[in-house]
Design a protein around this ligand. Structure first.
Ligand SMILES: Nc1ncnc2c1ncn2[C@@H]1O[C@H](COP(=O)(O)OP(=O)(O)OP(=O)(O)O)[C@@H](O)[C@H]1O
Ligand SMILES: [Mg+2]
Length: 299
């Protein structure tokens, strides 16, 4: 969204101080983690992780199994509270803000293992994402009672146009999620996150378990979300072909620490990253799909 166009000429002092919270300029850090520590008993999932995701960019988070990628998402989205460190969103410290509030502020995510209501229809699952930002009580709205009805109708129209048509899942909207192939379930989960109208979309392995065609479709959707909607994307992925193709910036985690970051090209040639993660995988990577959880480096 643009700042107000009503501004004084440059050589005049404005009458009022600048707005308290102007929208961040493109490519400023929209989301930041500073020295985040997260432990589970004796396990240190995150040992002082700092990361900054610039507005409008796709920031990829890569690294071996158990490196702390999902744990980082859990601290950013508010599912876990770090023992030390700070999370900031649009310049505001949100370390102590609960997960539901963070979602309402514009942080949406998908899960490494699809987390949908399997018995419910595609449309109802997606509408639950939309309800995180409705004024009316979501339960009231769900049952179509009283004043919630108009809001509900507007939400439904918007979801149909901007989420269901966009993600090309019109043909399955009334099917139960459990009946869908896995690749489509992942797309429904993305739809639910999009229905929240996020500012930041956090995708935890969005193409894991997908075939090449499904992966290419998902890559196109993620790029459209970034380019056409200006949504900032955080992407955890083991599919290095996808990461190298679409990420603007890559952060590499290993044993709960950042061991490298930069453009895809920089990271790809970083000796420490190659040693800790990419090297052996690249050597082992076959053109066909690699086993789940292993990195595949595209040609
Ligand atoms: N809720 C939890 N309780 C205990 N240990 C946990 C919990 N969540 C994560 N861990 C541990 O924290 C470490 C980091 O796990 P995490 O899931 O963040 O890794 P990851 O980088 O997402 O790995 P993968 O690529 O396999 O998904 C691991 O040692 C994991 O076992
Ligand atoms: Mg994970």
């Amino acid at each position: 969204m643009m700042a107000s166009t009503h501004s004084a000429p440059n050589n005049h002092r404005p009458h009022k101080p600048a707005r308290m919270n102007p929208p961040p300029p493109p490519h400023a850090a929209l989301l930041q983690a500073d020295a985040v520590h997260l432990g589970f008993g004796g396990i240190k999932a995150l040992a002082g992780v700092s990361l900054s995701a610039r507005a409008g960019e796709i920031t990829a988070i890569i690294g071996p199994n158990g490196a702390g990628k999902t744990s980082l998402f859990n601290t950013i989205s508010g599912f876990y509270r770090p023992q030390q460190g700070r999370i900031a969103f649009a310049g505001q410290d949100i370390t102590r803000v609960g997960a539901a509030r963070r979602a309402a502020m514009g942080l949406a995510r998908t899960f490494q293992n699809v987390a949908l209501f399997r018995g419910m229809s595609v449309l109802d699952n997606i509408k639950l994402g939309g309800h995180t930002r409705l004024g009316a009580n979501p339960l009231t709205a769900l049952w179509y009672l009283g004043p919630a009805q108009r809001e509900e109708m507007a939400l439904r129209r918007e979801i149909e146009r901007e989420v269901i048509d966009f993600l090309e899942i019109d043909h399955v909207r009334h099917q139960a999620v459990a009946a869908l192939p896995y690749g489509l379930q992942k797309r429904v989960e993305l739809a639910r996150a999009l229905a929240m109208r996020p500012k930041v979309l956090m995708l935890d392995e969005p193409v894991a378990g997908m075939n090449r065609e499904e992966t290419e479709d998902m890559a196109r959707f993620i790029l459209d979300i970034q380019e056409e909607r200006g949504i900032t994307v955080l992407l955890i992925e083991h599919d290095m072909g996808l990461v190298m193709d679409i990420a603007n910036h890559v952060v590499v985690l290993n044993f709960g620490q950042v061991i490298g970051e930069g453009t895809p090209a920089e990271v790809r040639h970083d000796p420490e990253v190659v040693r800790a993660y990419l090297g052996e995988r690249a050597a082992a990577a076959a053109p066909a799909a690699a086993p789940a959880g292993s990195a595949t480096v595209g040609a």
